[in-house]
Design a protein around this ligand. Structure first.
Ligand code: ADP
Ligand code: MG
Length: 358
């Protein structure tokens, strides 16, 4: 970025990416496959609608700056390759994770042992410890945000969602009160509004671990309110006993120490990495957890698919998110109100905040 003046004239540049099929949708974004026009290399582009952030785009830009620094530093964190924006959307270009979401992959396996779950948790936790060491709290750890880099068996598990959720906290509460979305992975102190620090990620790791061992989440209740009350009281059990009979005491102890209500007494990411559940050697012969996990997961999947559909429809209604990615932003200052539609002329504008890859 050559000019540091407060209101540099936005530059219009030919777009270097072409977007393709939708890879997935999250709470605030749609992720599409994209190809770099010059190199022919494939990436994933996360398209975030600025309107959903109403004036807090600068926070996202700051966050991206931080994430850009850490994104190449750990093998279990997806690399942020590029960033740009149009009038309506922010685009985060990352490596394409071709191995699919964590749980889909587990369900496709022939067998699945506690040690497999431990290995997945170890990778995730080591990335979380790295983020925490760099002062970043992810705040939205859940299986849908964990992707495999490639379809191969030994592929790296990646934290794919760049933790932008912390900017969206208010939205999350909105989402909660409108009974959309699930609070299932949120820590008690989030509801109490007493803190959003690093311990929330370890809580989420506890929930993910529970889920990976039985196929359902510990605080799953009929309504979000009941779910929230269960979380506040850490009201969960390793039940029905049938589903937990093959799960070790080490695994249960690990979950208990992650699902500790008081965040100051909860394990830190580094302490959790030292827990015997995650240590390499497993003496006892383990049972195949796949039949139970798959059965329980599929029973709930139908419900979640319905929720996802409603979310996608709402997103379409809000408009903008699903529009063409290769848009031109008119040469206006960033505070100028956005026009209702972006025109698709295959050009894009560098962000005035200046985060472009050099
Ligand atoms: P959000 O912050 O809105 O939840 P995510 O980054 O989690 O967005 O992406 C939503 C979904 O898109 C993911 O659950 C995943 O299925 C898919 N996805 C995200 N990033 C990639 C990627 N790099 N490669 C392939 N699929 C991806
Ligand atoms: Mg996500």
């Amino acid at each position: 970025m050559s000019s540091q003046s407060p209101n540099p004239k936005p530059q219009v540049q030919p777009c270097r990416y072409k977007t393709g099929k939708v890879l997935g949708a999250g709470s605030y974004s749609v992720v599409k496959e994209c190809v770099h026009i010059d190199t022919g290399r494939y990436y994933a582009a996360k398209v975030i609608n600025k309107r959903l952030m109403a004036g807090r785009e600068h926070m996202v830009r700051n966050e991206i700056a931080v994430l850009k620094r850490v994104s190449m530093g750990h093998q279990n964190i997806l690399t942020l390759v590029d960033y740009f924006e149009t009038m309506n959307n922010l685009y985060l270009v990352t490596d394409l994770a071709l191995g699919g979401e964590l749980f889909d992959r587990i369900c496709r396996k022939g067998s699945y042992y506690e040690s497999d779950a431990a290995e997945l948790i170890r990778s995730t936790l080591s990335a979380v410890a790295y983020l925490h060491d760099h002062g970043i709290v992810h705040r939205d750890l859940k299986p849908e945000n964990l992707l495999f880099r490639t379809p191969e068996d030994n592929a790296d598990l990646l934290i794919a969602d760049f933790g932008l959720s912390r900017i969206m906290d208010e939205e999350q509460f909105h989402v909660l009160t409108t009974t959309c979305g699930t609070p299932g992975y949120m820590a008690p102190e989030i509801f109490k509004k007493t803190g959003h620090g690093k311990p929330v990620d370890v809580w989420a790791i506890g929930v993910i671990t529970y889920f990976l061992l039985c196929g359902y989440t510990p605080f799953d209740r009929d309504t979000n309110l009941e779910e929230m009350q269960a979380i506040l009281a850490a009201d969960y059990k390793f039940e029905p006993a049938d589903y937990w009979q093959d799960v070790s005491n080490n695994a249960r102890d690990f979950i208990r120490k992650c699902l500790t209500i008081d965040p100051t007494k909860r394990l830190t990411a580094h302490q959790a990495l030292q827990h015997p559940f995650l240590s390499e050697d497993k003496e006892e012969t383990q049972a195949d957890l796949l039949p139970v996990v798959k059965k329980n997961f599929n029973a709930r999947r139908t419900l979640h698919a319905a929720i996802d559909t409603i979310r996608a429809i709402n997103k379409l209604r809000e408009g903008g998110v699903m529009d063409g990615a290769l848009s031109i932003a008119p040469e206006t200052q960033k505070d100028t109100p956005a026009p209702q539609n972006e025109t698709n002329t295959g050009l894009w504008r560098k962000p005035t905040g200046g985060l472009m890859k050099q």
